[in-house]
Each structure stands twice: as C-alpha cells, then as structure tokens.
Design a protein. Sequence first.
Length: 362
Amino acid sequence: MENKAPNIPFPATRQYNFAVVTSTSQGARDHQEDACGQWSDPSGTRLFAVVADGAGGHGGGADASKAAVDSAALNWGKSSGSDLAEPAAFLAQWMKDAHLAVIEASAKIQRSGRSVVVACFTDGSSVHWVHAGDCRLLRFRGGKLVERTRDDSVVQVLFERGEITEEQMGTHPDQSRLLQSLGGEEAPSPRPGKAEVAAGDGLILCSDGFWEHLTQAELEKLIGKPPAKRQEALDQAVAEAVRRGGVKADNTTALMIVFGEEKGRFRSAIRWVILLIFAALVASAAAWWRGGKLSDLGHLWERVRAGMGRSAPSREPIVPSKVSESATKTTKSPPAALPASEAGPSSSEVTKEPQTPAEQKP
C-alpha cells in the first residue's frame, strides 16, 4: 500500500527533523509474534509508527499483531488532511479499527489471538501516543528518560502499590497477566499522551521483550548515539536483551525516533549565504558601472564632441578606468514514571500465552 498522506500547512510552532531506526528479534521463541511499522508523508514531516506484540500462542498472536499493524497501514493510507490535523482523534480511531481487525483475523484462523500495542504520531513539533497492554513508549529529553507509558498489567498495579520495584516488573511471575489488549470481548480504553518536541529529544517504542532486560542507563545511551551509529547500537541492544533472556527470551522489538535540528534552519543558512553573495555581486557590478562604465561614456562623449568637424575620429582605444578597491569591498555578516490511579484485574484481563502448550508465558 502506498504511504500517502495529503499535505497540510505546517503548524506555527517550531518543527524538528527526525530520524527512525528499528530492530527486531525472534528471541528463543518458536514464532515471531511481534510486528512493527512506520509510515511518513512524502515530505518527511509527519510520522506514524506502531509496535505490536501478539498474545495467544501457537501462532495466534502473530496473526493478531500483524492485523493491528496492517490496520495502521490502511488507516494511514486513507487519512485526510483533517485526520492528521487531529492526531489524538486519528490514533483513537486507529485503535478501534485495530481492535476489530484483530477479532476478524482471529475468527479466520479459529484461534483466540490478542495483541498489545503502542503507537505514536509526530509532525516534528509535538508527539501524540496511545497504547494498550505492556508495549511501552519511552520519552527522553536531555539524554534522560523523563516519561514512560503506564502498563496495563498486574505487575504495574503491584509496582504502584509499592509491592515490587520497577526493576522487578520484567521478571515477576505475573508479568504476563495483562488487563487490556486488542481483540478481546471488550474494546480497550486506550491511554493517550502528548508532549512538545525539542532538539535532541528521543522516543523508543518497544515490546516487553526489550524493556524487561535493559536498564534505564542503557536506554539513555541509545538516544545519545550519533546518527551513523544508531542502527548498530539498537541492533546490539536488542541482541543483548535476547541474550539476557536466555532460553526464555521473548520476541524483542524496538523502534527509536530521535529529533535533530529545527526544520528549515539549514535552508535558512543557505539562503543567507546566497543573499550575501548576491549582494556582493551587485555591489561589485554597481562599483564597476560607476567607476568604469560611466567614465567610458564620458570619454566617448568628449571624443565625439572633440571630433566634430574632423575628417576622421581618433582611433585610440578607450581604456576603462580601474575600479576603486574600496567600492568593491563588502562585509559579510553571519546569519543571524507515571503515577496513576490503581487498577485491579478485571473481566478484560488476558494472559500472554507462551508459544508452548503451557498456559502461562515462560
């Protein structure tokens, strides 16, 4: 499907360039049940990104996560200018459509597939996100983790009650017990978020296989990598998460977005240089015209007047006067962790089934 979206006017706020890298691994599982996708408009000013983690085991989770990502591609392809002008509404609508798409995909294969997801939309000036389950969005500023999404899981509730630490969430026995997902009998109530963007900000969208085994310091180092080394660094981080997971290593996926210089700043600098060069050329031409051309015309007029009545005009060549150095000089000026209300298990609770006959994810 074509990644097309209509061009709409830039917002009045500052915009920043951004770059995206992704990495994924099957880990030690029999199936790859993670899926991800990213779509941008032709001008590269807007981005829609999704990471999905299937639940259900025996391949059902793979169909569920694929259906969620396929639904994102479909919604992006048919989006209008007004859709993209309201990112929160666009993401909420996608979540509803993805939920129905997962249900339909599960019915086709006659398996009970579910998917947890995280998605974001950015236009370079702000970022909006939405999620359901334990896929996370991590937001960085100044090289530090400043925010993460709140997991829809039992271990998140235990953490908020103070019964376990943040570091224990990824290895707790109840880590696979989810309170919300796509594809169940009840439609999810997505948790939206929004933040303004600044130069150097970063985002990581990831499945639980990624965040379970990496420290906050390791994640912060990823955002600070130079552009040429980001892909390699993310690949290494995914591989390290899988290594630490050992024989139970989960599917692991991460998508990283880093915001760079303010959009248009480089082009503005180029325009300044061009204007300065043009001004220098105009000044030089004007000086030459005043110091040379006008002098030549004066000499010619005098010779015409002096030659009136003579049989033949003088054959001496007309030599232009030298351009004044001072007239040609120009001076170039440079151009200018998220507390939330407790939520307990409900009828919508779902457990990520392992890709083995066992009922609980190992």
